[in-house]
Every structure is written in C-alpha cells, then in structure tokens.
Design a protein around this ligand. Structure first.
Ligand SMILES: O=C(O)CCC(=O)C(=O)O
Ligand SMILES: [Fe+2]
Length: 556
C-alpha cells in the first residue's frame, strides 16, 4: 500500500505511535525475512495475486464466493504493508519496486470494485439488459476513484512532504482500513449497498483530495526553491557559452569538431564520425559583443525578434556545404554553435518561466527526467513558439533537408518541448524519434543550458543497409543545433551527474501532418507516459480546436 512504501524515505518521522497498526504488525511479521532471499517485490507479487484472486471471487458472485473474496482482499491488503516494511528494514528499496507496488495497488483496487460490480450483476434476481451494465459500471467508477485518490495523495506528498498528504487517521486507523471491514459487509450480504455507497462516496472523497492538491500547488510550486539555483546556473551556463564562442573565434575554422569529436572515435566500424559538427567561418566577428555574460536577459528578450536574428545568422553559413554534410551523414547535422546569443538568452528566460511546471517521469531502464510540453510553453513562454515558427529557421531547415516542412499540428504536445535534466541519473536510453505521422518527422534539438557532462550519443546509418554504422557523440552546448530525421537517427543522452544541469529544446517538423486514429492514440499515450504526463497532454487536447497545420508564411 502506498502509505507504507511512502514511509521508506521517512521512516523515522513515522516511527512510533503514528505508524498504522497494520504496518507495525506487518513489520513484525516480515522481520525474519530480512536476511533471506525474499525480496520486497516477491511480497508485492503475492499481494497482487491474492488481490486478483479476491477480485475474481467477487466477480463470481454469491454469498460464499464473496466471503472468500473478502478474506483474500483483507489478506492482500495486509501483505501489501509487508513489501514496504521489508524494503525499509532490509535496505532493499528500489524505484522499480516502488512503481510495481503502486501499479499493484491500482490493479487490485480497480479489480476489486469491478469484480464486486460484476458479482452484483450476475446475482441480481431480475437481470434486464441495463443491469448487466449498471453494477459493473458503478464498480469501475468506485475503483478508479479510489485508485486516483491514492495517486493524488502521492502527488501531494511529493509536493508538500508527508504533512501535505496527511490523511484522516484515528488511533492508528486510516481511511484505507475501511477495506478491513469488507468481511463484515459480505457476511451481512450487503455488497449491493456497499457498491452504491462506494460509487458515490469515492468520487466525492476524490474531489476533496483534489481540492487539497490544488491548494498545495497554489501555495508552493514544486520547483520554487530550485528556481533560484536554476537561474544562477543559467547565468553560469551562458558565461561558459560566451567563453566558448570566444575560443571558437580564435580558431575560426570553416568546419571544426572540438566537442562532437571527443567520442566520435567510438564508431561501430572503428571509423570516425566525419566532422559531425560545423562551426560558421565567421565566429571571430561574432565573438566580441557576445562574450559578455548577460544579467539583463528578461529586459532584452522582449526586444529580440528571433526570426530576424536567425535570418542574420544563417547567412553566415555555407548552405551547400551544410546540406552536403547533412546528406552524407544520413539526414543528420550537428552545428556546435548556431543560435544567436540573444536568442539563447531568451530561451534561458523561457526555461525559468516554465521550470516549475516540468513533469518528471521515470521509465525503468529507459528514461528519467523532466519535460514541458508546447501547451505550457504557449501559455508561459511564447518566445519559443515564435522561434519555432520563424520562417528564417524553417527555410534553413528546408534548405538542409530538401523537404517542404510544416509545423506539427496545434494539438501535438511535442511540437516544441523542453527537456530538463536536473537530477543525478537523468537520461534517455537508445531510441529513434519515431514519426507517427504519414510523412517524415524531423527533430531539431537546440541547446539551452548545459552545465553537464551529458553527451548526445548517436549512430548514423543504422537503417541503411548499404552503409556501415558510424557512432558519434555531441555535447549540446547553449546555442547548439542538432537536426535529424527522427526515424533514422539512433540516439541517447548519457546520465546526468550529481550537481549538474542540462536543458534542451526540441522542435518537431513534419512533411505530412496526417495522423491516423490508432497512431494518434499511441503518440498521445507515449507523450503522456514518457514525457508530459496525462494532464499536460489531455489539457492540450481538450483545450484546443484542431487546426490544420499551416506554414507561418501562409495566410490563415
Ligand atoms: O535532450 C536531448 O538532447 C535529446 C532527448 C531525446 O532524444 C528525446 O527525448 O527524444
Ligand atoms: Fe530523441
């Protein structure tokens, strides 16, 4: 149960009288297992199986089955305390275990109520067609509401600490303990009344919990205390950037590979990633004015026209050479220093404006980090949207790719997004930026903040049988530019180390914005689970009329 696993991190705070009675009893029972081969995940699995068995008994319906189900559910709930207690005492805590525990809670809870509904339906004396639907529907409503209550309380705790999610507790009894009364309900054959009461009561209780959550959100934005350090880092990051520009100015080579080349030698072929980066030949001219770390970013941003700034910048590059390199590298190009410094400073301001709204997620074995979707950006950082639609930028990308590019549709949360690497271990594993659209999907990554040792590692030509794979790595510094065909570039970002920070901006452009039914569902699910959370993704879907993709220079 969530309440117990929560105590893993704050065991001492909850020790003693405030600890629920069943948690203390479970702790006493699992103590002999501390040095055994039994892990907390084994205990969670037992809880899950017993819970599902209990739910199945309820679904079968009938007096005897329901009583058996009640006993199994009580047992399952009690054992659910065991995993957390065992993890706490044996030090075998893990994030996967925590996620598994939460998922089991949700599955058993929804399963229990759905089973209860089904059982009521099959045993009703007069079974008209609607009765087959109504009780199971009540069950699902109650189950989902209870699962959501658990989840919101967890969010509350993440934001406000344990005190924030303090729940009704009397002499060590907590709200969840209602489920221990289940055998009483089945013994008195009161499952129907209980089902109706739960379907009405649980959603009402959910509203109360949500109200608490909104209150806490208003009072203490999650990253408020991080914001100031983030700001300091951002300034430092810009200082590094300026230093870097100044250095590049001295070299002033047409193509240089000072960072991207570091690891490029780790090619699958043993070869080199053929000058994966590009620097403009005129870096020296730009170096002097930009080499002053700016503390005036906010005042400045209002006056920066990203389109004009980019238009001026791209004129510095040899477009034909850049296009040739993009093609030679199988639709991939890294330009170490691309954005005009005033645009980068504008982006850093945007990061500050939205960082408290970053949705953090953790996909075991694949990804850990924070993200902010285009919907939040539209509200709080429109400068990014302006840059995304800059005709000069799109024109430059079209020149490189040779394709006519369109912005992603308005309801695509990934059209432009920020990725936050702010805690040790933040990373993303090997993947493609798969296109769910009918046409191609190009990803443009722009560096915003980089006080990190993270590398964007990539493999070229993995989907081209005619060519040997080539591996490389790029350090995406503030103002850096990486453009690639999402379906072609295999890439990952290495783990952030303690005390580091990295924020990147992604722009997605498509050649055909048609997104068919099931792929839309898949794309939204992926964005919700792996990036922005359901709230950001579905807020965008609900709040927005779907408009056809339009080029910025086209009339509305
Ligand atoms: O942060 C980056 O540089 C790239 C992240 C990435 O590849 C992704 O999230 O798909
Ligand atoms: Fe990616």
């Amino acid at each position: 149960m969530i309440k117990t696993r929560r105590s893993e991190g704050a065991a001492t705070a909850v020790e003693g009288a405030a600890r629920p009675w069943d948690a203390r009893l479970a702790a006493w029972l699992v103590r002999p297992l501390i040095d055994s081969r039994v892990t907390p995940n084994h205990v969670t699995t037992l809880r899950l199986l017993l819970g599902l068995l209990g739910a199945a008994c309820f679904a079968h319906g009938g007096f005897g089955w329901c009583n058996a189900g009640a006993i199994l559910i009580v047992l399952s709930n009690f054992i659910d305390h065991g995993d957390g207690e065992l993890a706490r005492m044996s030090g075998k805590t893990s994030r996967i275990g925590h996620v598994y525990d939460l998922a089991s809670d949700a599955v058993v809870t929804v399963g229990l109520f759905a089973g209860l509904g089904l059982g009521v339906a099959v045993t009703l004396p007069d079974r008209g067609a609607s009765w087959w639907v109504a009780p199971p529907a009540l069950g699902v409503i109650a189950g989902l509401a209870v699962a959501l209550i658990f989840y919101v309380r967890l969010l509350l705790e993440n934001r406000a600490g344990k005190a924030g999610s303090r729940q009704a507790s009397f002499a060590g009894f907590e709200t969840e303990d209602v489920l221990y009364l289940l055998p009483l309900i089945t013994v008195f054959d009161a499952t129907r009344g209980f089902l109706v009461a739960a379907a009405v009561g649980a959603p009402l209780f959910l509203i109360l919990v949500l109200r608490d959550y909104w209150r806490v959100r208003e009072a203490a934005p999650a990253a408020a205390s991080d914001a100031s350090t983030g700001m300091a880092r951002a300034e430092r990051s810009m200082a590094n950037d300026d230093e870097h520009i100044a250095l590049a100015g001295v070299g002033a080579a047409a193509f240089s590979n000072p960072e991207g080349g570091v690891d490029a030698g780790r090619a699958d072929t043993g070869g080199h990633a053929l000058g994966a980066s590009m620097a403009p030949p005129m870096a020296a001219a730009e170096a002097a004015p930009s080499a002053v770390p700016s503390m005036r970013a906010s005042a400045e941003v209002g006056t920066v026209d990203p389109d004009r700034a980019v238009a001026a910048r791209v004129a510095d590059f040899d477009a034909a050479a850049a296009k040739a390199r993009f093609d030679e590298q199988g639709a991939f190009l890294f330009i170490e220093d691309f954005l005009p410094p005033e645009v980068t400073r504008g982006l850093i301001d945007c990061v500050r404006a939205v960082q408290s709204q970053a949705n953090r997620n953790y996909l075991p074995g694949h990804k850990q980090g924070g993200s902010v979707s285009r919907h939040v950006i539209d509200e709080a950082a429109p400068f990014i949207a302006e840059l995304y639609r800059s005709p000069a930028l799109i024109g430059w990308l079209e020149r490189l790719t040779g394709d006519r590019l369109l912005p992603s549709p308005d309801d695509d949360p990934h059209a432009y997004a920020l990725y936050f690497y702010t805690r040790a271990g933040d990373h993303i594993g090997w993947h493609y930026d798969t296109s769910y659209y009918d046409g191609k999907r190009y990803t443009l990554l722009l560096g915003v903040i980089d006080d990190s040792s993270c590398l964007l590692e990539y493999r070229l030509h993995t989907r081209d049988e005619q060519r040997a794979n080539v591996s490389g790595a790029a350090r995406l510094r503030p103002g850096g530019f990486i453009l690639f065909d999402g379906d072609k570039l295999h890439h990952r970002v290495t783990r952030l180390k303690e005390g580091e920070e990295r924020v990147s901006l992604t722009f997605e452009y498509v050649t055909d914005p048609t997104l068919r039914g099931s792929r839309r569902v898949l794309s939204n699910l992926k964005d919700a689970v792996a990036y922005f959370g359901f709230r950001q993704v579905f807020r965008g879907m609900i709040g927005r009329r779907r408009e056809p993709a339009r080029r910025p220079d086209e009339p509305r």
